[in-house]
Design a binder for this molecule. Structure first.
Ligand SMILES: [Zn+2]
Length: 412
């Protein structure tokens, strides 16, 4: 299947660039986005395949032999009936991205990025992250036989680095690496000049405009799953840098241009209350995302004090909005979606559902409107057990004691 890729194009001024450009627009500093030839394109929506590569004509060109894939994508869309009814909505759906190979949506970007790294003859790839992106890039470089370097903050916890370390990348702690957008850019530039044959795989459009095209497959899959029913009215997206949000918007936009869908769902940004630069920018009507002083939230993957204008475009053009939720709302929601509908999702992902609950309570969404939340990662990712001590779990001293223990502990 031949790629329909045409060029990277600045979303602000329209200047075109080649596929291997790793920067903002050199003329106006706008974000670059890949453009495809959609003439005569058919999406064959009802046929969901095993990986994002079923859509490879809508990805940048990669040789067959260079594709690095583990069945990423094709994640389930489930109806959260019991949680939905607890927050007074009758049409709530969750896209369970925790079922990707390393447990998060970042695998969609890593599969594309590491395939491009091989295609371009890179010997390794690097990123800065202590979370899902680092796990994804480490796993996919391992599979590709490429070197991998992950920069993490100096105070990263062993539990956070555990999954990443299993894939065997080089992990380097860097003091103050995430202190500001500038410190992060400087760190990535320093590594790139030291390791010129390695790919900068930081998953954020200002550095890596092409990786969005791995993430946009979420929209293709939603449209495919909804082809016999109706598209959601709203899609709630937990948002840090804004790539997933923009990727989903871009996917819907391409589907609409190819006449595979007739409207784009409203995109909603969900962030933590004290880490919500994008929500603040949406509410103030700003054209950029000004950095904030605070970035405190229990949702670790969303602990950012910056964002970028592509997320504002996705929200504005789709008619969506932003919602910020407290730690208490996020943690309550994480427990409820597991105990009511059996979905154990990462605390950061629960932010989207907490945003749904708040938006319904505030009257921004009507009870019967179809709402979809992207649950970006598995609950095992960033997990603190709900009890500190095993003695808090009831114990039957003998088999014969089981009935009395059930009666005493659970009233059964
Ligand atoms: Zn430009």
């Amino acid at each position: 299947m031949k790629s329909r890729f045409l060029s990277l194009r600045c979303i602000s001024c329209g200047t075109e660039y080649s596929a291997d450009t790793h920067s903002r627009c050199l003329k106006c500093t706008g974000i670059l986005s890949a453009r495809y030839d959609l003439k005569g394109k058919s999406f064959d929506l009802p046929q969901l395949g095993r990986s994002i590569w079923q859509y490879r004509d809508m990805m940048p060109p990669v040789r067959d032999a260079d594709i690095v894939s583990m069945g990423e994508g094709g994640t389930p869309l489930i109806n959260a009936k019991r949680f939905g009814s607890s927050v007074r909505t009758v049409n709530l759906w969750c896209k369970v991205e925790g079922q990707n190979p390393t447990g998060s949506f970042k695998d969609r970007a890593a599969s594309l990025g590491i395939s491009l790294a091989r295609s371009w003859g890179k010997t390794g790839a690097f990123t800065a992250s202590s979370g899902n992106a680092a796990a994804a890039i480490s796993a996919y470089t391992a599979r590709a036989g490429l070197d991998c370097l992950v920069l993490v903050r100096e105070d990263s916890t062993p539990s956070k680095l555990g999954q990443i370390a299993m894939y065997g990348p080089k992990i380097l702690r860097v003091r103050d690496v995430f202190q500001s957008q500038e410190s992060l850019a400087k760190a990535l530039e320093t590594v790139q000049s030291t390791l010129p044959c390695w790919l900068n795989h930081f998953v954020w459009a200002p550095y890596n405009p092409l990786l969005i095209d791995g993430l946009k497959t979420v929209a293709y899959e939603i449209a495919s799953d909804c082809s016999d029913t109706e598209l959601p009215e709203y899609v709630f997206v937990p948002t840090a840098g804004g790539d997933l949000l923009y990727g989903i918007y871009k996917g819907f936009q391409e589907l609409k241009t190819a006449a595979a869908i007739d409207r784009i769902p409203k995109l909603v940004v969900a962030q933590g209350l004290n880490a919500s630069p994008t929500v603040a920018a949406i509410e103030s009507g700003s054209k950029t995302v000004p950095p904030t002083d605070r970035s405190e939230t229990v949702a670790g993957a969303l602990r950012v004090n910056f964002g970028a204008e592509h997320s504002l475009i996705a929200v504005r053009d789709s008619g969506g909005f932003g919602v910020a939720v407290s730690d208490a709302e996020i943690l309550k929601t994480q427990k409820e979606i597991a105990s009511l509908d059996g979905v154990f999702t990462e605390v950061s992902s629960a932010t989207a559902l907490a945003g749904v609950a708040k938006s319904i309570a505030m009257g921004r969404i009507q009870k019967d409107e179809k709402v979809l939340a992207i649950l970006t990662g598995s609950g095992f990712k960033d997990f603190t057990p709900p009890f500190k001590d095993i003695s808090l779990v009831p114990l039957a001293e003998t088999i014969e004691n089981i009935p009395s223990a059930l009666r005493f502990s659970f009233n059964l």
